[in-house]
Ligand binder design. Sequence first.
Ligand SMILES: [Ca+2]
Ligand SMILES: [Ca+2]
Length: 348
Amino acid sequence: MKRILFVVLMLFVAGLACSSQGEPGDDVTDAPAIPDMPDTSEPVTVEPPGEQAATELPTEPALTPTAEALTNAGWQPIVGELGGLPMVYVPAGCFLMGSTEEQIAAAMEACPELYSGAPFACDASGYQAEGPQREVCLDAFWIGQTEITNSQYAACVDAGACAPPADRTYFDNPEYADHPAVQIAWPDAVSYAAWIGGSLPTEAQWEYAARGPDGWVYPWGDTFEKDRLNYCDVNCDVYFWVDATYDDGYALTAPVGTYPNGASWVGALDVSGNAWEWVSSIFKDYPYDAADGREDSNAAGDHVLRGGAFDLSYLDVRSAFRYRLPSEGVCRGYGFRVAAAADAVAGP
Ligand SMILES: [Ca+2]
Ligand SMILES: [Ca+2]
């Protein structure tokens, strides 16, 4: 029942502002941080065996040299290209997908203030969908450096492989050529991704590219920083959660890559905010399991959008936040980026 209420709430907001909830507030610096990964970066010292021990050691070393442990700060972004699209490489690894119980509780505690004045009440279920947290390990892949832009999407439309956006107001305006393509339904995002030779990222791939092995709350760290994204700032045209304290320069979408200091650990831009991003996954409860049908492209059900948009507050541009919509849903903030297999992209 709570989930139904939350969906009703979100649909209400979507009707108001396409995709929104929340209001500005204090940042979430006090949100519990995900526990650090074990620090295995220190060199392992193996004492040379004494004469007595030498005969007892196995002929193969027990510890083989390994690369330095993967960390967000330690990874150097690699940019490749897929059909003209800049892609960034995401190395194989593991991370904790979803939010901790403490983080979900913190989101719920912040919610009433965020919604202050809004004609609905906070409900836990939208945030509860971020749990339970569980480790997910992924093979390497590539993900788009940016959201797909209007000019990029237009090439697919011109080729007859993609349907034009539901509302062409910005799509047809040359001034928006480098803005994310929006008003895109899930099947059309899938069509574009296939046309370019990739796919939509899974929900797990998207979140890993956003948060990294360190599991940061935002692409740049655990603290909301207003100068790193296009969110619901003073220019925002929703009514209850505008952050009147900051001007990010845009009421609607911004050109992709406007905030290079908002890059995630792999170098993906505008992961947080600007346009929502469809992922391949059907919305199902956590823990995430790619084998439970949610990655079946023919399965019925709502699909997931990630990252929040220009009309969302700090709470809902967190990398763990999950938004669900019927696949045919279109609105001014719904776009996407593509992913590709590790061997599908020409590297540098
Ligand atoms: Ca903005
Ligand atoms: Ca985005």
